[in-house]
Design a protein around this ligand. Structure first.
Ligand code: GLN
Length: 542
């Protein structure tokens, strides 16, 4: 293809959590809708080499790419919006940059020079940005800088933006996202925090080209003028980003505000007249005006923190929209499910999802929930640990394997129905030691999984150490639990289904990572469909 990429940086000021990821994704969507190819990258200022070992309470879910990178959850937004797979190169942390530089230094690559933040660290940052542009695949590389300007941690990243802006001239634009708060007592929107955050950027040598203002109220002409004047941008480059009822509406709001046009102008790119957002608009219509509703329980360990299950939540939105339905997710803390309370806890749900996870906490609760779903013929989807728990539940309660377990929780169990993979056994430490990324899976025709995917060979993403133990395969298969998805190369069990049940599917992989607006995940679409069916029948029999 050999395209010459232009670079857009997205920085943030005033406060964290303003939604740089959503703004970056929305800009990507609009540029795509005008016919450009785009990739989005996130630079994270923390020292972890990747977020793989981070507790979800710290940074929310760990997102996994096709090539097996454990990344920030914003990459999930990038994929859901743009429908373009990301990779290791799309998420770079300070830790990774330093690790690369120190490795080079130890190898002697710097030939005796003093290794410094400028130029060595900044050069390494630059290299990891340009590597995407140099693939020749993209018209635009959008780079989101994590954190807030002024943070000590993000200095080298902002310095790199300064250098690249200088080097690239009109092939580069900087979008700065800020907050314009509304002061109730004064009855006014306030621009001062925006002015200050732009000053902070200026102190570091970066003049933003476009200012996107997060706000709860519309910006009037006066406010726009004021921000333009104080921050050295034209009025048309002051973009309002008002709170939206769904993140998926943000591209449409940004289009009305002309964010994409401003970026094209700043980067000297001819503005294509046509912009095609037909499918996107149809999706929003379905999300905003659902014809049906269904409640599905999500049984997990981190239910207080919705970001821990970000991709699952989004996959429910996509799968819901495909069924013209809204999915109301009822979070249930796994630890709290004792067994006798299942009737009470699940009486108002028509589907049960048991979430991925690590460690012992909440395991028995997950198993109790699965037993209830299986016995009461409630549509069930188990993801990763959720699938493993379904296997343990079946072993204990149907096959009569007392004390069956995963060796992750009980290394001494008599029935290790889930066990560590041979090749993982000798690995020390926890960083980067899992089966990660996309693997092939062959599906049995006639299974629920096959009905959903409508094809035999699929590729799904993994993030785990343990597997179904093939030693027990015959007992399961002979007694109603079918292995309907197998990794062809390694003969690993990837999908299990219970035969005598309307829809009971456990998957060793993470379907949620691959669900996008353009391609809602088939398993989520089917799961929601079956849950709607269950609801209809439940109401009929009432
Ligand atoms: N803890 C399990 C394993 O490592 C499952 C991991 C997960 O649910 N992502 O195999």
């Amino acid at each position: 293809m050999n395209k010459k990429a232009k670079y857009v940086f997205v920085t943030g000021g005033v406060s964290s959590s303003l939604g740089k990821g959503i703004i970056s994704s929305s800009l990507a969507k609009l540029l795509q809708a005008r016919g450009f190819s785009v990739t989005i990258q996130k630079l994270d200022p923390y020292i972890n080499v990747d977020p793989g070992t981070l507790n979800p309470y710290e940074h929310g879910e760990c997102y996994v790419t096709e090539d097996g990178a454990e990344t920030d959850l914003d990459l999930g937004h990038y994929e859901r919006f743009s429908n373009v797979p990301t990779s290791q190169a799309n998420n770079v942390t300070t830790g990774r940059i330093y690790l690369n530089v120190i490795t080079k230094e130890r190898r002697g690559d710097y030939l005796g020079t003093t290794v410094q933040v400028i130029p060595h660290i900044t050069d390494e940052i630059k290299r990891s940005i340009k590597v995407l542009g140099e693939t020749g695949n993209y018209d635009f590389v959008i780079t989101e800088i994590g954190g807030t300007v002024g943070d000590i941690e993000s200095f080298p990243f902002i310095e790199t933006v300064r250098q690249m802006k200088w080097e690239l001239g009109n092939d580069c634009a900087v979008v700065h996202l800020t907050l314009v708060p509304y002061l109730k007592s004064a009855g006014e929107l306030k621009t001062k925090p925006t002015q200050h955050s732009v000053k902070t950027l200026l102190e570091q040598g970066v003049q933003p080209d476009i200012i996107v203002c997060r706000t709860e109220h519309h910006l009037n002409d006066g406010i726009r003028k004021k921000i333009a004047q104080f921050c050295n941008v034209s009025k048309s480059s002051v973009i309002e980003s008002i709170d939206a009822s769904t993140i998926y509406e943000v591209p449409l709001l940004m289009k009305d505000e002309g964010l994409d046009v401003e970026v094209l102008k700043k980067t000297d790119t001819e503005i294509p007249e046509k912009i095609d957002l037909t499918n996107w608009t149809r999706f929003i219509t379905n999300v905003k005006n659902p014809k049906k509703e269904v409640r599905i329980a999500l049984v997990g360990k981190y239910v207080e923190l919705k970001d821990a299950y970000k991709s699952i939540n989004e996959a429910f939105i996509h799968g819901g929209a495909a069924n013209e339905a809204k999915v109301d997710v009822k979070y249930i803390k796994a630890e709290s499910v004792t067994g006798d309370d299942c009737e009470e806890k699940f009486k108002d749900v028509d589907g049960i999802l048991v979430a991925p996870g690590f460690g012992n906490r909440g395991i028995e609760g997950k198993i109790n929930a699965i037993k209830y779903a299986r016995e009461n013929k409630i549509p069930f989807l188990g993801i990763c640990l959720g699938m493993q728990c379904a296997v343990i539940e079946y072993a204990r309660n149907v096959l009569g394997f007392e004390g069956a377990h995963s060796t992750e929780m009980d290394p001494e169990t008599k029935f290790p129905v889930i066990d560590i993979m041979e090749e993982q056994k000798n690995i020390d430490g926890l960083g980067g030691t899992m089966r990660l990324g996309a693997y092939e899976c062959k599906i049995t025709p006639g299974s629920h999984a096959f009905d959903a995917y409508k094809k035999e060979l699929i590729k799904e993403r993994h993030r785990h150490r343990y597997e179904f133990n093939n030693m027990f395969r015959k007992e399961f298969e002979g007694n109603g639990m079918k292995m309907t998805g197998i990794n062809p190369g390694k003969d690993l069990v990837e999908i299990v289904e219970v035969k005598d049940h309307p829809w009971f599917v456990g998957v060793q992989f993470h379907p949620e990572y691959k669900s996008t607006v353009a391609n809602p995940h088939p398993l989520f679409v089917s799961f929601v469909k079956e849950s709607l069916k269950h609801k209809e029948e439940r109401l009929k029999n009432k």
